[in-house]
Ligand binder design. Sequence first.
Ligand code: BES
Ligand code: MN
Ligand code: ZN
Length: 495
Amino acid sequence: MNINVKQLKKSDLELNHSYILIVKGRASLSGNALKFWQKSGFDFAAIKQSENFNGKNGELIDIIAPQNIKANRIIIFGFEPDEKQKYFSFMRLGGIIGRKISSIKTNKISIIFTDESDEEIALIGAGIKLNIYKFDKYMSKKEQDKNKKTDKEPIINFLVKNKKGAQEAVEKRQNLVSGILLARDLINEPANMLGPEEFSNIALKLTDLGVRVEVFAKEQIEKLGMGAFLAVAKGSERPAKMLVLHYNGDKENDNLIALAGKGVMFDSGGISLKPANSMQDMKADMGGAAAILGLMKVLALNKVKNNVVAIIGLCENMPDGKAYRPGDIIKTLSGQTIEVISTDAEGRLVLADILWYAQKRFKPRILIDLATLTGAIMVGLGQEFAGLFTNDKILADKLMEAGEKYNEKLWPMPLHPAYDKLIDSKFADMKNTGGRYGGACTAAQFLARFIKDVRWAHIDIAGVGFAVKQNEINNSWAPGFGVALLSEYLQNFAD
Ligand code: BES
Ligand code: MN
Ligand code: ZN
């Protein structure tokens, strides 16, 4: 489904087209929109009166166009933007329009924008696309068709007053959507189809967009000395890979922001095997890595002025004769040793080496990691907020503000030396679990032991990364959490 942006002419409607109009509250009932319809011969005022329509959120008029109008069908949405979540409210309207488009039998739709800004138009376009996304590639044709109302892909025209400006804005937002959908695709994909190697091959495609992609094979990771990361991978037939992606969008500056992602393609728990119920969800344990890859795509497509390096640890946590065990003591890249208590607390082991590597090689100004790290964060925050752990208050505020715009909400959680005693070990420098209480906090405190003098944020997305409640802009199992938040942060908030 593509969106064509076209110049809005005075009043000419087309046969066999359905038209959509947005009416923002009472005031705009008498504005440009009304004038447009009057010119095209449509008695909008009468309709609105007979339908008792006030342009409020959720109000809808859906009528067959009267004889004197060339159009097929006319649909009018009431809408009141939410000032607090401005971006999200326009995207949500787009989602509602998208849902309507999918439910009607027409495939030529024109949306008439008389009062919206370029940016608002673009956000509505993003919402439509995000709503329409489905992950049905593994369903047979027959199953797929059941969900379809028409054979043809709908053609969606945006009729706008300022074609150039709107076109540019729409393109930017569609690029953001394409990053979000890449993340959704990767997370929805099952682990038998997507292992470290397949993921790496998808990352390599970003080369075409100007991203430099390094893929480290298992032997190279061994040579570096990443004992923790490799321990996790030992039980899997599919060897670990590490990705380093370079996006260099600001040639005048050498300021660098580093991102780190947990990419556990499947987390069985290893020898500390997880219970069987909902183990299938653990194909999403690479949600952090997926969001970061989606983000890199957005940065490259939109030519964002920033320098970003992303380091992603890809592996699979499986039980096997070769797997690592509880009680094992492993040596990290940093030199610190870890006693393994649970092989299911594997994400922090992957990140321990990835975070260290990111700092030593790149000396970034800011380091942000994204990981489906703990079940405990779901217990604490549910599926509405991701947990935000950081050593820098300004960074925290900016990330929260950036996310809020897209309804990707973060809630601040504590990092504190008080948690350190829970992860001290009898046999090694630390152990990899801190007991039942405060599981998300002890996990974060564990990561903090691998952070040296860098402004750092750890975002635990275990609760928000998959199996979330559907909403207007997401009908998918995986919403692609983090792509919008990070791209907003990097474009408008990073200092
Ligand atoms: N990948 C899981 C965390 C997770 C759980 C994500 C549920 C999404 C949904 C992580 O590797 C894990 O297993 N964490 C354990 C840690 C525990 C063994 C200390 C957990 O949270 O139970
Ligand atoms: Mn685990
Ligand atoms: Zn995990």
